[in-house]
Design a protein around this ligand. Structure first.
Ligand SMILES: [Zn+2]
Length: 105
């Protein structure tokens, strides 16, 4: 167990806590999550699974529709593959700064 500093209020607390006990800020365990994110984006990105993973459910639903019934029209299916590839490249560029992906709105 190690102690980490809350990025919001500066309080020191255990890294096992899901959220800061003082202000409730939830940090992402970026070092692990960015790899899961990249694997999801590469293998099932065309279904938007990586969007659900980071909590962008609206985009996830859009990608899921494009990656399934979108193939009936071909173009949405192709578009979502490019979208997932772009997300993968952006993810690769942010391996060292995963908070940019996990905490951006
Ligand atoms: Zn805090």
């Amino acid at each position: 167990m190690t102690m980490i500093y809350c990025r919001e209020c500066g309080r020191k607390y255990s890294d096992r806590a899901a959220a800061c006990p003082k202000c409730g800020y939830r940090p992402f365990n970026g070092a692990k999550n960015i790899w899961i994110y990249l694997v999801l984006t590469w293998f099932v990105g065309f279904l938007g699974i990586h969007k659900f993973y980071i909590g962008k459910n609206n985009q996830g639903i859009a990608m899921l529709l494009m990656g399934t019934i979108g193939w009936l029209l071909i173009l949405p299916g192709l578009a979502v593959c490019i979208w997932a590839l772009v997300d993968f490249i952006i993810g690769l560029c942010n391996i060292g700064t995963p908070e940019r992906i996990f905490e951006s709105k």
